[in-house]
Design a protein around this ligand. Structure first.
Ligand SMILES: [Zn+2]
Length: 149
């Protein structure tokens, strides 16, 4: 009886350190896993609830061109236009709303070419325009806050 008690006490007082060291990963692994879950979940919440800039392509609605005294449309150089529909498109447009390729008069030499072609074949002037985007700003502060109080 006392011998058994001494054996149990010996296990507590002088433990098998080698076996305990081997058990250490079992203690640390859940902590590391918990840390990853907590930080990953936190950053996931941030990624889902973050306010983003709202970008949309600039309004590409065509406008009617100015006309000369005889009623012919005047297409300014550098602006893409659709001669069939007599419509001026914003700078950077290459296709009409119906999908037709747009024309463009070179601002350097007034040679007419497709708006998709970046370099003028006559004078070599190159026009590179990236598609325009408009940044929509919120009309006011988000709901709540001082306005609600
Ligand atoms: Zn040119």
């Amino acid at each position: 009886m006392i011998e058994e008690l001494l054996k149990i006490l010996a296990l507590i007082i002088t433990p098998d350190w080698g076996a305990l060291i081997l058990l250490l990963p079992l203690l640390i692994a859940p902590l590391v896993l918990l840390w990853f879950l907590a930080t990953g979940g936190g950053w996931g919440v941030v990624a889902l609830t973050k306010r983003r800039a709202q970008l949309r392509f600039a309004d590409a609605t065509p406008t009617p061109p100015q006309r000369d005294a005889e009623g012919r449309p005047l297409y300014p150089a550098g602006r893409p236009y659709d001669p069939r529909a007599a419509a001026l498109y914003p700078v950077g447009a290459t296709r009409s709303n119906s999908g037709e390729p747009l024309l463009l008069a070179c601002p350097g030499c007034s040679a007419v070419r497709l708006a998709e072609v970046t370099a003028c074949a006559a004078c070599g002037m190159e026009i590179r325009v990236r598609p325009r985007v408009q940044i929509e700003r919120p009309a006011g502060p988000p709901p709540g806050g001082a306005a609600r109080a």
